[in-house]
Every structure is written in C-alpha cells, then in structure tokens.
Design a protein around this ligand. Sequence first.
Ligand code: SF4
Length: 444
Amino acid sequence: MALTGLEIFKLLPKTNCKKCGKPTCLAFAMALAQKRAKLEECPDVSDEAKEKLSAASAPPMRKVIFGTGDHQVQVGQETVCFRHEEKFHNPAVLGVTVSDKLDAEAMKKRIESINSLQFERIGIKIGVRTITIVNDSGSPELFAKAAEAVKEGSDLAIILVTDLPDAMAAAVTKVKDRIPLIGCATPKNAEAMAKIAAENKCPLIAKAESIEALSELTEKISGSGVEDIVLTIDGESVKDKLYNYSRIRVLSLKKGFRPLGYPTISFVTGSDDDQVALGVSCICKYSGIVIVDTIEPYALLPMLTAVMNIFTDPQKPVQVEPKIYSIGEPDENSPVMFTTNFSLTYYTVESDVEASRIPSYILVVDTEGTSVLTAYSGDKLNEKTVADAMKKYGIESMVKHRKLIIPGYVAVMSGKLEEATNWEIMVGPRECSMLPKYLKEVWN
Ligand code: SF4
C-alpha cells in the first residue's frame, strides 16, 4: 500500500541537506508521496529505506503482457476503481475461443472468422485481440495441433486453456515464441502449471472457487517464481462474478492486498444474446480480459464499444488528426469548410458533407479535441488558429477559389478571419445537418 508523506519522512536521512532540490527532507517526502519526486533524487537514502520505499511504490495491480509485435496486449496496472478518479490505463481485451475438437477445415474457417472481427468506430480501429484455444478434447496431441493451426492462421495474441498439465506442456512448446497466456492453474495442478509457465516464460491464469482460495493460490504460484498472473473465479453467477471482481479490485487497490493485485479474466458462455449482456457486464466490473464463444459481429460490437467508452480518458476527448480531409474526389473548384478535431464533431460534419454528394475539403483545426463552440469560447478556435491551419496544410494550393465556409455558430469571427486569411468568408449553417442543403443551394 502507498505510504503517506510522514511515513516516508521517517525513512529519510533527515539532514535537510537540500541535495534533492527540496528545502527539507519533509518537503521531499511529501513530493514523493504525491509522485512529484523520485527516490533516486536523494543520494543519501539508505539501502534499507530504498527497499521499503520501492516495495511500497510498486503498482497495486501488476501489468501482464502477452502476445508479440503489433499484436502484443497488456492488461492490468489499474490504479483506480472509478474512471472519474483518474482514468483506466489498459483497455479490456476481447478474445474468442477455438475448440481443439474442430476438424482442420472447420478450424481454418473459425480462425479466419475471428481474424475478420475488426471494426472502425469514429476513426478508431477496434476488434478482437486474442484467440483462445480450448482443450475440449482432453487430448494433448489435439491441443498441440490446434495451437499450431492457430499460430499459422492468426497473428492475434494466443491464450491456451486446459486444466491438464500434460496437454499444456504439449501445446505451449508449439507457440511459446508468441508468448501465450496459459491457464488454468488450480489448487490441484498449481505446481505443474507454474513449472510450465516458468520454463516457457509465459504469464499464467490462476483459477479458484473463491477469493480466499484464489489469494492462497497466487501466493503459491508467485512463490514458485511466476510473477505474471491473471485471476479468474470458477463457476459463478453473473451477480457473484461482479461482486467478487469488484472485491478483488477494492482489496488490491484500496487495501494494497498483494495476493490479489493482478488483472482478471472472464470466460463468457451462453446464447449469443446472453454473451453480449454478460460480456458488457464483465467489461464494466472489472475484467481485464473477456473471452467469448460467439463470432457474431452484432454480439461483439456492443462489447467493443463498451471497452472504447469505459477506457476513454475522461480528461482527453477522442480526437481526429488535424489535417485536410477529402470527401469524395474534390478538385480545385470544390468547397472548403473547417471544423475542429473533436471526433464526434468531425464525423458528424463528414457524414453530412458526404450526404450532399458534393466533393469537398474539410480542414480540421487542432482545438485539443473540443467542439466548435467550446473551442471558440476557450480561444482555441480563432482567426489565427484557422489561418495557421490553412497555411500548414496547404489548402491554398489545392483550390483556385478563395472561399471558406465557416460553421454558423462562429459567424462572429468572419470579419477577423477575412482579414487574417484574405479569403472570402461564407457563413454556413449553424447545424451541420443543414450542410447538404447549403452546399446545393448556396455553394452551387
Ligand atoms: S537529499 Fe535526502 S537528505 Fe537531503 S534534503 Fe533531500 S531528502 Fe533530505
């Protein structure tokens, strides 16, 4: 658990030598507690104090990484229970199962279907990020064969699931270069599973029937040298799962209870409709990884959307890249209009311009992700920022006219904008839903 400033102060040399740049040891202790200073900045701190302080400053929930390259995923390292307290750091990862009972053709098809579960929403790519091979057959040979087939057919991060250590040993050797997440270690097989995880340098899923059994299990696993652990609780109703995962989050973050300081994984089954409801619930409270059976895009999309919404930094609006966007195939006579880089604003404008069927240029001005009126009232959208963006992205060389359509809500800036750009300013509609009519009637 994090130490208070006074607790840290007791461990410092108390010489007030100022070498750390602070006037006193107490000031340094306070800065350290608020994470505004680093322990290394005090050159005289004892080894014993260093050990105590670094243990106390370790994150309350461990970060666990698996997969490789562009498909590497990381979960955990959360620091708060509620997003408004700060933000959530690592978005929940969604995965889909492949049974090792499938024949070669069916398996190939399923892997292809899982690979294709990628979507775009407000300009951001979202999709399934792991593929989970389940040892339904109980056969080490079939499990290993399925692992090979998945490795060949997909670049997604791999999770291997079996309670049988011999099956895990057979499969993990086929995919260990992809650093799979493996599981599940249970109170019965923990020793053997931890050995496989340690030998192959893979993170390990720990599964037990209660929080108490789970904390005993993680201590056993970490005692055998495996530090990267993901937690799951076996056989629960939705209500119990949400209750227990919330308790795990509170005990690890608020109470600093290390045996539960790991991310969690949920395995979701049932009808496609049930999986949507349960999957979204698990994403809300507090599964770092959610594994489903369904490959129906309609079932996956609500879960991916929930991840996107919950893991958005509340202090940082979703933004698009500031630049000139071409809608259709505009030419030197096409209209030019501007908007801000707040994603929601941009995509609303974009779809209305598309609806007009008039090829156009949209200049997106960097307003730190704020909407038109917010940016204008915060002075992030003014004649200078617009003129600078026009120059920076070279709109002058793309059209031969000198007319700029501005949002009706900021008609007030038209005079100054005309002076700053030497362009004719045309005041567009206040609501962008009126843009198709405006472009057809006024522009044309
Ligand atoms: S360098 Fe260390 S001993 Fe000196 S004032 Fe800072 S905290 Fe105190």
